[in-house]
Design a protein around this ligand. Structure first.
Ligand SMILES: C[S@@+](CC[C@H](N)C(=O)[O-])C[C@H]1O[C@@H](n2cnc3c(N)ncnc32)[C@H](O)[C@@H]1O
Length: 197
């Protein structure tokens, strides 16, 4: 039985590999996202649900990250991602893991990017809570808006939404039709900060 067959389809149903979408993402979408969301250079970047690793070489080229990591639950996609990184000469780490139990310590990343994964998994609240945990204070979480999901997957995205990010102390930062970003509040500005010190 392959890893794909072992994936629980009530948890997540895989998407096909579409060359047209991959090209659009690498040539247009990611450069526009990096500009619109003002992603910094030299940061520690994590992409959750990195799949075939299509976005990682582009993020590497445009953001020159200090650390670049792709996380995905599907081992077979990570094999394809490794080949894609080799082809582009991109230095990035690939980890197999569940975004609802991210295998990194607290505040390990300055930027976390999600190209739609959270819309399509069961229990996205657990994923958002983990993203908030591994994001550094002042760090940025970038995600696709509902409009973006609707344009890419008009049928599958119907009725799907993200949990309210404000509940995880992720505060609105930027919005640009297809993408939005949230900042993790610094400890000092969080309610009850003094109690948690
Ligand atoms: C919408 S696709 C995005 C793939 C890629 N980032 C892209 O833009 O082409 C979602 C990805 O999330 C992965 N995934 C699904 N459930 C996951 C989970 N619980 N934890 C981590 N990754 C997951 C899938 O294997 C898939 O690669």
């Amino acid at each position: 039985m392959t890893t794909k067959e072992k994936l629980d389809l009530t948890e997540y149903r895989p998407f096909p590999d579409e060359q047209g979408r991959n090209n659009r993402q690498t040539q247009w979408e990611i450069p526009a996202l990096v500009r619109a969301m003002g992603l910094p250079t030299g940061a520690r970047i994590l992409e959750v649900g990195c799949g075939r690793g299509i976005a990682l070489p582009v993020l590497d080229r445009l953001c020159s990250p200090r650390r670049l990591v792709g996380l995905d639950i599907d081992e077979e996609l990570l094999v394809e991602a490794a080949a894609n990184l080799r082809e582009h000469g991109t230095k990035a780490e690939l980890h197999r893991g569940d975004v609802r139990r991210i295998p990194f310590g607290d505040e390990a990343f300055d930027v976390i990017v999600d190209f739609g994964t959270l819309y399509h998994i069961a229990r996205p609240q657990a994923a958002l809570s983990e993203i908030a945990r591994v994001l550094a204070s002042g760090g940025t979480f970038v995600y696709e808006t509902k409009a973006s999901q609707f344009l890419s997957h008009p049928v599958r995205s119907r009725g799907r939404r993200l949990p309210a990010p404000a509940a995880y102390d992720l505060r609105r930062r930027r919005w640009a039709v297809l993408w939005a970003s949230r900042t993790k509040a610094s400890l000092a500005s969080r309610p009850n900060a003094s109690q948690s010190l």
